[in-house]
Design a protein around this ligand. Structure first.
Ligand code: IPE
Length: 264
């Protein structure tokens, strides 16, 4: 029987030090690599990772170019994002994981910030042959804008209907979606499950006055992922959880950790 495909994202804020430009959290990358290894015998995993203090830093550092020369801006951001990707695949190889790079800039051609052409190449085969393809948040070429930035979630969204994952697991700095910003509000509660039924109520509390930055980012992530599970019958759930030991494995195995988003 074909193995389930699972997309896993390691958030940029956990695999880099967000406060220091170009600083990977190598201990964390190493720990997550070790935790991922045994799961490869059971699942076909597409690993994606965020860009943290690499790509986000570069996007600010080269911001002056954005209007003047958007193509060069995208190239500069891409080059820096690729540096972190190299560190991630080096670490995966150190752990004897069969990692191969699949940069979004080589897969997605965009037009006015919409994917106009997808070139998956051998990605599906590599995935099903039990390798570990690795993608990431990247700047991609764009026919109208010169270049545009795709987050890892957006790359997953773009690849979803071609690869048909059973689950998507997002490892973030918080262990799920909270009713308010957990860093600022002691009464914040983790929401174990989000469905189209309970989302309208959850939306209200996420859009409240608490920690608009954190929850704002999370709200758009949840909205995108809820839209995805609703329209993709092959996709059983999207799990948002933290890098705490064992959480990623549990989420990949379909155990209820963090916040589980379902379409039914
Ligand atoms: C950001 O990708 C991409 C760039 C800035 C080049 P993500 O959105 O996936 O990264 P994180 O998780 O926020 O760091």
């Amino acid at each position: 029987m074909a193995r389930d495909i699972v997309f896993v994202k390691w958030g940029g804020s956990i695999i880099t030090d967000k406060n220091r430009p170009l600083t990977p959290n190598t201990a964390m990358i190493s720990r997550l690599a070790a935790e991922l290894k045994p799961l490869l015998s059971e699942y076909s995993i597409l690993l994606g990772h965020g860009s943290g203090s690499f790509g986000h830093w570069a996007a600010r550092e080269f911001a002056k170019l954005k209007d003047k020369n958007p193509q060069l801006y995208a190239v500069k951001v891409h080059a820096v994002a690729a540096r972190l990707n190299q560190i991630v695949v080096d670490t995966l190889a150190d752990h004897d994981l069969p990692a191969f790079q699949f940069p979004p800039s080589a897969i997605i051609f965009s037009r006015d910030d919409n994917p106009s052409r997808l070139c998956l190449g051998a990605l599906g085969e590599v995935l099903r042959a039990a390798y570990l393809p690795v993608t990431y948040g990247d700047a991609v070429p764009d026919a109208k804008r010169g270049g545009t930035i795709f987050s890892t979630e957006r790359v997953f969204f773009t690849l979803n209907s071609s690869l048909k994952p059973r689950r998507i697991v997002l490892i973030t700095s918080v262990d799920g979606v909270y009713t308010a910003d957990p860093l600022k509000d002691p009464n914040a509660e983790r929401i174990p499950e989000i469905t189209p039924e309970n989302f309208p109520n959850i939306r209200k509390s996420l859009g409240g006055s608490h920690g608009i930055d954190v929850t704002g980012g999370m709200l758009s992530k949840v909205e995108t992922m809820l839209a995805l599970v609703r329209t993709s019958p092959w996709l059983e759930s999207v799990v948002i959880t933290s890098a705490e030991k064992g959480h990623m494995s549990a989420a990949i195995n379909g155990k209820p950790v963090g916040t589980v988003i379902r379409g039914d």
